[in-house]
Write a protein that binds this ligand. Structure first.
Ligand SMILES: Cc1cc2nc3c(=O)[nH]c(=O)nc-3n(C[C@H](O)[C@H](O)[C@H](O)COP(=O)(O)OP(=O)(O)OC[C@H]3O[C@@H](n4cnc5c(N)ncnc54)[C@H](O)[C@@H]3O)c2cc1C
Length: 417
């Protein structure tokens, strides 16, 4: 019997297992995850999960009961220590092995650690796993001064959730503006204003140099590179993630800020795929080498790989993947009553055409690289987002009609393009 082993029971791993069954794969599936709870959805952890007076049950992506029904051997609390690629086996923490015909690495990422003195004090939080979210939520319930290090999506979502409790919130961002890596200056400005309007202090162009302990040994102050010291009983480090590549590295697979895969999402060993946050791939839509950190990416890559593996299961046996991975990237974030949706990938040098009136709280920013539309950021504007997804998925010859002048007229629906 054909055997597929999936390492990492996050959204990418769980989706691969479910999709394999959905596509009629009748081989054995083992889903091995080191966390102790069944796969769950992470996005709510920085949003509604942190707000006061809400139910705190993150969505189960693959409850144990469903795993049993689908004959998925879901092994939780199971760390995979190594890969013996030549023998097509993975090695578990207790030295036992699990054999595979196909191996899917869906190992995700971990928080980038804060590397300043005091970073390990009690009261300093990262936010990736459910247990961290539970701890942070409890800490926020009693917090007076919250300092968030890093003005990226997660930092700002936590800022919004903390303000719902009426605590003092300061965001410290090293770059000249928040979300500099991921958003146009215009959209980043809009979100910074939304935060400031609600009382969040945003400090840009300044770094954290040290976290200082109070009399009880907990973090109580944050020292900044401009010499100021601000009070903090909760510090949240949201300074990005590091892809979990150690397993792949030790197995001799190619890595470079991610596990490097080809257009079929295969690693340098053709029996091993890598998907989700840990995977660096050649993105057909943007023509760039990318590692994406989004649910869309994890789910679409999982579906693609499941399709490739399931196809080998059907007669006549075909061991060669033929399809190319070409999914269009999209992403969302929620802060206060602003729902941001992004489609496409814009490099930092892309320039912007604003569509609509930012002061209305509902507008879009179209990002152009030269004359080509490469991404659309929309806030509270689902219509633009849906139309932009169709436009960016269209073939490049049709995309040529989508000019700066055409998108700047907010009265003309994007759909008409
Ligand atoms: C707080 C938060 C909010 C987010 N909000 C959004 C959002 O609004 N929109 C959006 O699109 N995305 C969001 N994301 C990103 C999104 O959640 C990730 O892109 C997605 O979870 C990636 O899925 P994954 O399966 O690749 O990795 P992960 O979810 O990281 O899962 C990988 C799993 O593999 C396990 N693992 C690693 N190594 C081993 C090993 N050797 N043995 C066994 N198990 C192992 C890990 O413990 C982990 O459970 C958010 C992420 C966080 C943390």
């Amino acid at each position: 019997m054909n055997r597929t082993v999936i390492v990492g029971a996050g959204v990418a791993g769980a989706q691969t297992a479910l999709e394999l069954r959905h596509r009629g794969y009748n081989g054995a599936i083992a889903l091995l995850g080191e966390e102790h709870q069944p796969p769950y959805d992470r996005p709510p952890l920085s949003k509604e999960f942190l707000k006061p007076a809400t139910e705190h049950h993150p969505l189960d992506l693959l409850p144990a009961q469903v795993a049993r029904e689908q004959a998925i051997d879901l092994r939780l609390g199971t760390h995979v220590d190594g890969i013996k690629a030549a023998e097509q086996k993975v090695v578990l923490g207790d030295s036992s092995t699990v054999a595979y015909d196909y191996l899917v690495l869906a190992t995700g990422a971990r928080n980038r650690p804060l590397s300043v003195p005091g970073a390990n004090l009690p009261g300093v939080w990262g936010l990736r796993r459910l247990d961290e979210a539970e701890g942070l939520r409890r800490a926020l319930d009693h917090a007076r001064d919250v300092v968030i290090v890093g003005g990226g999506f997660i930092g700002l979502e936590v800022a919004a959730a903390a303000r719902a409790r009426d605590t003092n919130v300061t965001v410290v961002e090293l770059m000249p503006r928040v979300m500099a890596r991921v958003l146009s200056p215009e959209m980043a400005h809009h979100f910074a204003q939304e935060h400031r309007r609600r009382g969040v202090e945003i400090l840009t162009g300044v770094g954290v140099t040290q976290l200082l302990a109070g009399p009880l040994g907990n973090a109580s102050e944050v020292a900044l590179s401009d010499g100021t010291v601000i009070p903090a009983d909760v510090v949240v480090a949201g300074i990005g993630i590091l892809p979990s590549t150690d397993l792949a590295e030790r197995a001799g697979l190619r890595t470079s800020d991610g596990i490097v895969v080809d257009r079929h999402l295969r690693t340098s060993d053709s029996r091993i795929y890598a998907i989700g946050d840990c995977s660096r791939f050649d993105c057909a839509v943007s023509g760039r080498d990318l590692r994406l950190e989004s649910i869309q990416n994890a789910v679409d890559q999982a579906r693609f790989v499941a399709g490739q593996i399931a196809a080998t299961n059907r007669p006549p046996a075909n061991d060669r993947p033929t399809a190319l991975y070409t999914a269009l990237p999209w992403f969302w974030s929620e802060q206060y009553d602003s729902k941001l949706q992004i489609v496409g990938v814009a490099p930092t040098e892309a320039d912007s055409v604003v569509r609509g009136d930012p002061s209305s709280g509902s507008f879009s920013v179209c990002r152009f690289l030269g004359e080509r539309l490469v991404a659309v950021e929309s806030v509270n504007h689902a219509r633009d987002h849906v139309a932009a997804r169709k436009i960016l998925a269209a073939d490049p010859t049709r995309l040529r009609r989508v000019t700066r002048a055409a998108v700047s007229d907010a009265a003309a629906p994007l759909k008409s393009l």
